[in-house]
Design a binder for this molecule. Structure first.
Ligand code: NAD
Length: 365
């Protein structure tokens, strides 16, 4: 179980695919290239024991192809464990398109990407991720049925972000219960880093409950917009990790929990939406445990989005989506207790349960 953040130079020293630090028994990696549309994409299929590999497509201006490959490997692996811990019959996959979503994304490029997805015959099912919109999934749907997260007008479950935020809120409450003895977040100080689609919806839940919310983002317009809508304060400093707080909610990028930040962190709980929050799972999970910081595993509490898109495949409605998402509270609480009683990290506790579900299904086959 090894994923680490490594820089592009270090990556180049390794073997291109099987020797990558992030390569973790992935079943298949597909490189997609189309000169006419400028499409350069990588689809990572980590594991299909529980079902087809489902995971979003991210479009990002990677600094190198190595960085893109590393990202897709980390993200697709994460999807395997996210679906397994949530009890969904899905495997783990993810796709990345190399390029700037604002300037290089065209309908032709999205359709060509859809054709590559289609060529995998349903082994990989795509969805939306950073740089993608519901309308892009609608375009992909014109060339393949192997896509979720399409708009409600077209019969899909729509934008998954509000459900993701609700699941994160449930996971945060469970972590608060474990750390403070109460899941009431009123008067708790919470720092939300990244107030995009998920972050803003989380801020709404928190401010409705009366938490003292500080928001941070690199986008100044967004900060003002969110501050004007809810009862929250903009964080004015430049290093929030060292601030006095009860809860740190990473909702922007991965790997923000690392050697430097753990040393500074004063939070008692970490619970947020970002994928791959621990720069190194084993090492940083252990450091948090030693420091007595309760970490709600990201792949467990940010599963609302996948629950939402899974509804399109299994044909269940909003009521079931909410029920499954609310259950994140119970699962989180159980995993935090299990970690304590077995003296293992919370990340490891969640990982073990997910892995045992995969192993049991494999043995049935
Ligand atoms: P988004 O792109 O809408 O929002 C991200 C926000 O983070 C933006 O406002 C951006 O300006 C801000 N940001 C970027 N770098 C930052 C930095 N260094 N410091 C502070 N803010 C920064 O994305 P989203 O859909 O809200 O997703 C947020 C995170 O949650 C991502 O890591 C995503 O992979 C993860 N996630 C999202 C979903 C979902 O349903 N959308 C599901 C699971 C996981």
């Amino acid at each position: 179980m090894m994923t680490e953040v490594v820089n592009a130079k270090e990556l180049q020293k390794q073997d291109p695919v099987f020797g990558q630090l992030s390569f973790d028994d992935h079943e298949q990696i597909v490189f997609c290239n189309d000169k006419d549309t400028g499409l350069k994409a990588i689809i990572g299929i980590h594991n299909t024991v529980l079902g087809p590999a489902l995971g979003g497509t991210r479009m990002w201006q990677y600094t190198s192809e190595w960085e893109a490959l590393n990202d897709v490997l980390r993200l697709s692996r994460g999807m395997t464990y996210k679906s397994a811990i949530t009890g969904l019959n899905l495997g783990g996959g993810k796709a990345v398109i190399i390029g700037d979503a604002r300037t290089q994304k065209t309908p032709e490029l999205m359709k060509r990407f859809g054709e590559f997805v289609h060529s995998l015959n349903g082994k990989y099912i795509t969805a939306e991720d950073v740089g993608m919109e519901t309308s892009d999934m609608d375009l992909v749907r014109t060339v393949t049925p192997y896509v979720t997260g399409i708009s409600e007008e077209k019969g899909g479950a729509g934008n998954p972000s509000p459900i993701t935020a609700y699941g994160v809120f449930m996971g945060m409450k469970a972590a608060a219960k474990h750390a403070f003895g109460s899941d009431v977040l009123e008067d708790r100080t919470v720092y939300v880093q990244g107030i995009g689609n998920v972050g803003e919806a989380l801020v709404e839940h928190l401010s409705n409950e009366g938490a003292r919310v500080f928001i941070a983002d690199i986008n100044q317009d967004r900060l003002a917009e969110v501050r004007d809508k809810y009862s929250v304060e903009i964080y004015g400093g430049n290093n929030l990790y060292g601030e006095e707080m009860d809860i740190y909610a990473p909702c922007a990028l991965g790997a923000t929990v690392n050697d430097i930040t753990i040393d500074q962190l004063k939070a008692k709980v970490i619970a947020g939406a970002a994928n791959n929050q621990l720069a190194e799972e084993q090492k940083h999970g252990k450091l948090l445990q030693e420091k007595g910081i309760v970490y709600a595993p990201d792949f467990l509490i940010n599963a609302g989005g996948i629950i939402n898109v899974y509804a399109e495949l299994e044909d269940y409605g909003k009521k079931e989506i909410i029920r499954k998402t609310e259950n994140i509270y119970n699962t989180t609480l159980e995993i935090l207790k299990h970690a304590d009683s077995n003296d293992i990290t919370t990340h490891q506790a969640a990982f073990n349960i997910a892995q045992s579900r995969i192993d049991a299904r494999k043995n049935e086959k």
